[in-house]
Write a new protein. Sequence first.
Lengths: 404, 254, 481
Amino acid sequence: MITDKLIYSSLVRGDSNTSLDLLRKTPFPSRKDEQWKYSPLKKLKKLPFINNSGFSVKSISTLNLPKMNGLILVLENGRVNANLSEFHKINGIKLSFLSSSKENDNPIINSKKENYFSLLNSSYLSEGISIEVGSGFRVQENINIINIVSSNDSLINTKLDLILSENSSIHIRQYFLAHGKTTNGFINHNNNFIVQNNAALVLDKFQDLKNNFHISNDFIEQEESSKFISNTFSMSGLLTRNDILNNVNGEQCHSELNGIFTPFKNDHIDNHTTINHYFPNCKSYENYKGIMKENGVGVFNGKVIVHENAQKIEAFQQNNNILLNDEASIYSKPELEIYADDVKCSHGSTTGQFDQESIFYLRARGLTLKKAKELMILGFINEVIQKSENSDYIDFILERVLEN
Amino acid sequence: MKELLVEIKDLECKIGDQEILKGVNLKVNKGEVHAIMGPNGSGKSTLSSVLAGNDNYEITEGSISFLGEDITEMSPEERSWKGMFLAFQYPIEIPGVSNINFLRTALNERNKFFGDDPIPAKDFLKMVAEKSGLVGLDNRLKNRSVNEGFSGGEKKRNEIFQMAMLNPKLSILDETDSGLDIDALKTVANGVNKLKSAENATIVITHYQRLLDYIVPDFVHVLNDGKIIKSGDKNLALELEKKGYDWLTGNTTK
Amino acid sequence: MSYTEKQLKEELDNKSYEFGFVTDIESEKAPNGLNKDIIKLISTKKSEPDWLLNYRLKAFEIWQTMEEPNWAHVKYEKPDFQNISYYSAPKKKKELKSLDEVDPELLKTMEKLGISIEEQKKLSGVAVDFVMDSVSVATSFKEKLGELGIIFCSFSEAVKNHPELVKKYMGTVIPFTDNYYAALNSAVFSDGSFCYIPKGVKCPMELSTYFRINESGTGQFERTLLIADESSYVSYLEGCTAPQRDENQLHAAVVELIALDQAEIKYSTVQNWYPGDDKGLGGVYNFVTKRGICGYRSKISWTQVETGSAVTWKYPSCILKGNFSIGEFYSVAVTNNFQQADTGTKMIHVGKNTKSTIISKGISAGKSQNSYRGLVKIGKGATNSRNFSQCDSLLMTDQCGAHTFPYIECENSSATVEHEATTSKIGEDQLFYCLQRGISEEKAISLIVNGYAKEVLNKLPMEFAVEAQKLLEISLEGSVG
């Protein structure tokens, strides 16, 4: 077990002691667990993870990221890389790093998710960022958080705690990256968000960790009339897994989970989502698009639960997949659990390949096969990619999808 | 002496907390055609739903009597058996249930209520052939699921076809003209006129005068804000067509 | 000689066997509980060959190492497997002298189903003079089948008369290692049906267990084996549409279908075992394993209407092994009161150009829970395979639940898999429309539900479809408050 092999020099704060107790009681997941049925865990379990806090990224431009506005916070191997970060004060935002903050400084949110990896994270935290957006502040600048692994075999436990007070809004962009030829690193991340009444949060996650592991446990609690939109773009990774738990704890909420995943050569990308509707009159939308190439494996497991008395819920769930090679696989499991009767819920899942007729049509109009396929891919993911609204970011994602 | 068919007295109703009808009075005798007109949101469609017994609306005051019997609390199906028919503004689709099966069930349920035997298949089919000719309902529509995938015009024809089959005493046509082109409008109106007799009556609910060129009313009522504010003969409809509703409602903001 | 723990155990086991055996001779019923000796007893009583006894014993060994599955979306008190008697000789039901002695509830339901008085008597165990009649019908029926070379008999008869066929095919689709209940069934199955359609024969009539003599006492661990040889066709009806009050709490049947090259099997089930009362007491646990395997260009089609049982756990499946083979699953599952159903199918695409269709219609009423669980697997070699799934749920009350758990596993890029599901409540506007046309609420619900389930009901053989419709109506009586 990875915890046994490593002497952690981690932050000890908040609930880490209780977490450690719980972690010791929690077995390492296996494929026998329904939740981990399709995930390759053997290698992760065997790896001799180490702690490494050195920096090797020289400049942010080597990372080929899109133009960024607002704050840029860079964590490398679980430590703040101040040279690469751009930090200034933004009105209405209280921001602190857990490593340098005092007790009672900024609120810490304890995740309600208690699985092996979220517990591993809270037990051996490397670094965390805590953000509180004050009531009524509609923050125009983005917060960009870049989380890099640049050292082989290193285990990185990071987290972001975020509270959006009433009537506030913010846009967060997270990047999870493996630098250069790094292999077998593991970024184990927790996102804990509370979106209070009438607040709005947009979260873009970009994940590109070829030959490395990455698990992100996201816990979102929404209060009345709030809005949460998450766009997850997962390009690559030996195991990249997003576990999203979205609890809707008030009426008139809007929840939206979108994603594009493009596993290729030895990649495994896993998306697990749960939306809990506890209150009536809410809407949720889920839209994930997978493009599997070479021997890449994609997993989508989305669950919408409409609890008793949560009437007038509209929930839509969609997962479309394209398999580009014979060795590629997709495991799709869209689930609905409904305990209220006055609801409109539907889900759909399709898996197939590009329509040969359409490709032929495009080629007959003078497009090369490559261009034709690109155009088809663009058409396939367009609906989801447009959710990002920022054209630089959209171009960046598009370029990366087509590169794969 | 004309025989009273339906009488609405001081009818008030609400949906949720919202009051919609605020004291409607109306008498309809056998053999008459009444038109109810009024601006959007005046309560026209609510009135038709309440007459048919839709319990989404709560009747807070007043009464409805039909052939001398108080039906204010009566279930929609019993009203139907006794001869009330509502042609819906938006006819409902029922997937997987054929039009024919639907109508036969309806007729037999009524027969059961009156202690009559179910209608023999032969008679039923004869009746279907006869009545569908009345509105020019395409033959294949009869075997399709109720209203499923019908065009707007087909749905409205189907309503009148059902009306012919059930032969009601009071027909309420709720915005039957909406979404119809002029040819379909004529066909539908023609069907309604053929079904008219000294024994039955029709309430036509409409926003426009257009339909009344073809189904000529004996009386025209203007409903506004949940009350009938003016009644007259067919000329009232023409006047409304020219002047709009504002001169009656006192709304001069236009 | 020293006396080892093992010997002690053996001796104790033997003692209990002796005891059990003695009791058995007296009462023709095995004592409660399950062990090797009980299995030996079952096998001996049925004069089975050694290979079958060994098969049972191996299954039992495996079963002991297994755990009762708990992944299904159902909650119930686990049966106490040591508190069940696994063998009782086919005994006659208590003969009643007239219909007056029969539970009036039962008679009422049969009347609604349109079952004739004579049939009512027969089904409720009243002595009937017309038994001869039914035997003669069955006999002439059998003669006709015999002419075509079709074998249709009880499983025990097949073991005696056609051991080569049973030995060759039994357990090839559902090995006893498959799952907990299949292992249990393989160890203790009582009896069931066997059917073989020879090469090129199209069975001219619907085969129904109704016509099979010697079917009494097949009990709770039924086993069916159906083999359609090359280019043959058969339509098989399972189930009894009369609401027999079965005292057995646990039913764990196994049904294996084998469609050889270019053969077609149509298997229809109407199940309405006792669902428990409106307070959720009693009722049957129905834990069934049903699976078919398809050869080249063959087709297996499952159609089921499930309205009974307190807990249902059932996934009729197809292994599409042969190229160009076709699997179909059409299901209507109704749950009312406190019923729980977790049902669906598995379509395993192995061969090239294989095709599967899944249409599932769930209807939940009362406080029931109704789940669809299905797997569509496209294997690496299943080039150009297709699947289409449509799973709809209809909710009748605000206290019931409707759940959809589809598993889609696709490992071949030339495949096309489509899954759609919707969940909605019974339309209030539809109800009002019917009411306005003079159709009473109960009738309107039945009309709307039948319309909703039509796609599936249409797949049933004619006479079955009519009864299924009535069953839906009965099951949903008083479901909307």
